[in-house]
Design a binder for this molecule. Structure first.
Ligand code: HSE
Length: 434
């Protein structure tokens, strides 16, 4: 059979890894795909010294790759939003299948891209967009397709997890660890995407859509990063038997879908609490299967290439199938997507860790606990740290309550004259029934 011709756009970390895996494993890949897969052309601004591209056409015009009539599959690895969107839509318009690792692109422009692909009877595969090498998209979309998914929670940003792990294990400061993650090549081009939770929200948006069969709605994700977490909070959480992890969490409730990314206290014994360093993990709860856990490298050249190349093989295997006989992009057939609403953050119910700075004076805590009690907020644990100062940190864990009620309580507590500065709030989840 004729070989399938691939055009790679972007020869950076992931592009280089993809090229090398395709070359190194060409024989086995051909045996799996049923045909040879050859790199016909590469679109890149510069060479990658890790790749031997001798004999392969290279252009700095990525659109020339997307319109090259010889090419069957475009592999988009340039990242970013707008140019990537134009490139992918051009490739689709030219009848090419697309494989991408770009979570920002899929989370923000996915609905438009999938509609265009459906029209043109081509595939857009995006396994590498979530959790790098972990085949989580395939697991949810295919392996768990018998289930009604109840919830899923994941550590889906390696940089954030690395920072949180180093702060806890070594007591290192935030900025110091971030600089190291950047040097290691894990961080996004714009590191605020990692530390402010945007990267994780892109990935969570994609996971929620394939879990529940709803359109992609990145703009509705509640997104909070780890930049305000201090080493003190990390230590107090430990004393209370918890660990702080930056989680992406989505849950189906009768009122709508929760879609939220934020630092979260989880019990030390929880499996996700023990996922450290740059590793990623996603726990999925389905009504038939119960809880399942997927763990592995969420970034890096060859772990991500593993997912990109698997997508290329998948596309090759179904090249002759028509659009109605392929696995649907968002796991459910396009005409069958649900209109389940996204739940506003105000209506989300969780437990809370609160840290406040109180003037050391009789009756101050009584005021705070009265505000909580009047709103029906039950305190589960409380620690007051004795210092030689005239002010003391007070740490509380509360039982589950709606976010809007907690917002009101925090506003009132912050208005007390003996409470200094902001009340720090971190949400608490037990990840059991969720
Ligand atoms: N910046 C991302 C991370 C890379 O740290 O997980 C993979 O998406």
């Amino acid at each position: 059979m004729k070989p399938v011709k691939v055009g790679i756009c972007g020869l950076g970390t992931v592009g280089g890894g993809t090229f090398n895996v395709l070359m190194r494993n060409a024989e086995e890949i051909a045996r799996r795909a049923g045909r040879r897969i050859v790199v016909e052309q590469i679109g890149a601004r510069r060479e990658n010294p890790a790749c031997d591209t001798t004999g392969i056409q290279i252009t700095n015009d990525i659109f020339a790759v997307a319109t090259n009539p010889e090419i069957d599959i475009i592999v988009e690895l340039i990242g970013g939003y707008e140019t990537a969107r134009d490139l992918v839509l051009t490739a689709i318009e030219n009848g090419k299948h697309v494989v991408t690792a770009n979570k920002a692109l899929i989370a923000v422009h996915g609905n438009e891209i999938f509609a265009a692909a459906q029209n043109k009877n081509v595939m857009v595969a995006f396994e590498a967009s979530v959790a790098g090498g972990i085949p989580i998209v395939k697991a949810i979309r295919e392996g768990l397709s018998a289930n009604r998914i109840n919830w899923l929670a994941g550590i889906i940003n390696g940089t954030g997890n690395y920072i949180m792990s180093e702060m806890r294990e070594k007591g290192r400061a935030f900025d110091d660890v971030l600089a190291e993650a950047q040097e290691l090549g894990y961080a996004e081009a714009d590191p605020t995407f990692d530390v402010e939770g945007i990267d994780a929200a892109h990935k969570l948006t994609i996971l929620a859509s394939i879990a529940y069969g709803v359109p992609l709605q990145f703009e509705k994700a509640y997104t909070e990063g780890i930049s305000k977490i201090t080493t003190e909070d990390v230590q107090y959480a430990e004393e209370l038997g918890y660990r702080i992890k930056h989680l992406g969490l989505t849950r189906r409730t009768p009122e709508g879908i929760e879609l939220r990314v934020h630092p979260t206290l989880i019990p030390q014994a929880a499996l996700l609490a023990n996922v450290n360093g740059v590793m990623n993990a996603v726990m999925v709860d389905g009504d038939a299967v119960g809880q399942t856990l997927y763990y592995g490298s969420g970034a890096g050249a060859e772990p991500t290439a593993s997912a990109v190349v698997a997508d290329i093989i998948d596309v090759v295997r179904t090249l002759t199938a028509d659009r109605d006989n392929r696995v649907p992009h968002l796991a459910f057939h396009p005409g069958q997507l649900s209109e389940l609403p996204m739940l506003p953050m105000d209506d989300v119910v969780t437990g809370y860790y609160l840290r406040l700075q109180a003037v050391e004076r009789p009756g101050v805590l009584a005021h705070v606990t009265r505000i909580l009690g009047d709103k029906g907020i039950n305190i589960e644990a409380i620690i007051q740290k004795q210092t030689c100062e005239a002010q003391v940190p007070v740490i509380m864990l509360t039982q589950r309550i709606a976010e809007s009620v907690m917002n009101d309580a925090i506003r009132e507590i912050e208005a007390l004259p003996d409470i200094l500065g902001e009340v720090i709030r971190i949400r608490v989840e037990h990840l059991t029934g969720c």
